[in-house]
Design a protein around this ligand. Structure first.
Ligand SMILES: Cc1cc2nc3c(=O)[nH]c(=O)nc-3n(C[C@H](O)[C@H](O)[C@H](O)COP(=O)(O)O)c2cc1C
Length: 352
């Protein structure tokens, strides 16, 4: 029997309007991505991982990642670090920023993060991981969720031991990406571990990894007992994947693809500033225009154009009808604060 993916559920006291969660992705999950994800059907969206060291040092760029728009809710802001006191202080800032949930990253496999004792390396030290969760849960009134990998080593089952400890320490939800840190993004996510984790905890579990279709989402929910599924790479430049997983059979037209991309570009320029946005957006051109939607030479042409304005002009020439669709999309958006940031906290190759 298929579950209704639009069922509401609760994470702590926060009502989540649907079983699809948009994954946190470093170098991807900017506000524009999250707002777009909510519009296309995600019940919950999450910021990319934000450094607690950056928050502690009041790094202007890092603090910029704590900005919340009115149409993002419910929103989790994810923090990473290793010092319980600094994590607690960061959680208070996340709460003050207006997020609904504070999420802790125990999944990032990147050496730059794990060598500081943060991210997935905490799966090797359950006592310390539990101290962090306890400090965060005590510091903030927000529900605390934790996102983790199966363990650091290939074949590890550590998440089954660490997960229940984190729930005891105060985690109101767990997200499992059942690959090892060593695997990075290779191989497949082993959701039999998700099922085992669900059996061991009495909080909602979110299944992350390789959810790319409605059939896969339904199968993972049915076979694991997870409360929700998380969609990451499948939604990069493809918000329509969310609606399709929810049951839509529609493919976007060329005009719709270009209009969503143009809106994403404009919002990203507002958020990151033109200079940063120019480089940041390049990978999105291929993501949006790929999947057979536009010929390869066209994507290659956009990537080498020096300014975003030129990219806009070229896109509108390729799909003139997109201007009208864009106008409609913009008219539906609530106004947001002007935000200008000039960098990202971590490289595009981050993770969990
Ligand atoms: C580019 C990229 C950046 C990521 N950054 C984060 C992150 O900041 N925090 C996190 O918990 N997971 C991060 N992840 C992991 C995803 O949230 C997700 O668990 C993983 O990609 C598996 O899901 P998928 O198969 O749907 O992509 C990242 C993944 C990718 C591809």
């Amino acid at each position: 029997m298929n579950l209704d993916l639009q069922d509401h559920w609760f994470l702590g006291g926060v009502e989540i309007p649907g079983r699809l969660v948009l994954a946190p992705m470093a170098g991807v999950s900017v506000q524009a991505f999250r707002r777009q994800g909510r519009r296309h059907g995600a019940g919950l969206v999450c910021s990319e991982m934000v450094s607690v060291a950056g928050i502690q040092h009041r790094n202007e760029r890092t603090l910029g990642y704590l900005r919340v728009a009115s149409d993002e809710h419910p929103l989790a802001i994810q923090i990473f670090g290793s010092d319980p006191g600094a994590m607690a202080e960061a959680a208070r800032m996340v709460e003050a920023a207006g997020a609904d949930i504070v999420d802790i990253n125990f999944g990032c496999p990147v050496r730059k993060v794990t060598k500081t004792g943060a991210g997935a390396s905490l799966l090797d030290d359950p006592d310390h991981a539990a101290r962090i969760v306890e400090a965060v849960a005590t510091a903030s009134a927000l529900p605390v969720s934790v996102k983790m990998r199966r363990g650091t080593a290939n074949g590890s089952r550590d998440c089954l031991v660490v997960g229940p400890r984190l729930v005891e320490a105060g985690a109101a939800s767990l997200t499992l990406h059942p690959r090892s840190a060593k695997q990075m993004y290779t191989g497949t996510a082993d959701h039999s571990l998700t099922a085992e984790l669900v059996a061991r905890v009495d909080v909602p579990v979110i299944a992350s990894g390789d959810i790319t279709s409605r059939a896969r989402a339904q199968a993972v929910l049915a076979t694991t007992g997870a409360t929700a599924v998380m969609v990451g790479r499948a939604a990069q430049g493809n918000p329509w994947a969310l609606a399709q997983i929810l049951g839509s059979s529609e493919e976007p037209t060329r005009e719709e693809v270009v209009a969503e991309l143009l809106l994403f570009m404009r919002e990203t320029v507002r958020e990151l500033g033109e200079y940063r946005a120019t480089g940041f957006l390049k990978k999105f051109y291929a993501w949006y225009l790929g999947r057979g939607r536009f010929p390869k030479p066209f994507k290659q042409e956009l990537v080498v154009l020096p300014t975003i304005e030129e990219v806009e002009t070229r896109l509108l020439a390729a799909a003139p009808g997109a201007a009208e669709v864009l106008e409609r999309l913009e008219a539906q958006l609530p106004p947001v604060d002007e935000v200008l940031l000039d960098s990202l906290p971590i490289s595009a190759y981050g993770g969990g």
